[in-house]
Write a protein that binds this ligand. Structure first.
Ligand code: ZN
Ligand code: ZN
Length: 83
């Protein structure tokens, strides 16, 4: 069970992302980085600009290096268990 990220980590990850999906998984069919535009207020929402703070390693610590801002499309493709 992944440990939830503190708000400070989500905030830092959001700032790092520049408000765009950070996914770089080649299996998703997007460019080298997804870069889908996101809306900060839409975290956890099933909307075009919705996003999730994803655990890169679901067993890892809830720290910035383990946090990735993903659009809903990428988050669904990735699942809850990393990869
Ligand atoms: Zn994406
Ligand atoms: Zn992706």
């Amino acid at each position: 069970m992944a440990k939830p990220f503190p708000e400070s980590v989500v905030e830092a990850a959001w700032n790092r992302s520049g408000g765009r999906c950070e996914c770089t998984r080649s299996s998703h069919g997007h460019a080298s980085r997804c870069r889908t535009q996101l809306n900060k207020g839409s975290r956890g929402k099933e909307t075009a600009m919705g996003w999730e703070a994803h655990h890169i390693n679901s067993n890892g610590e809830p720290v910035l290096s383990n946090c990735e801002i993903l659009c809903q499309d990428c988050h669904k493709k990735t699942g809850s268990y990393g990869g």
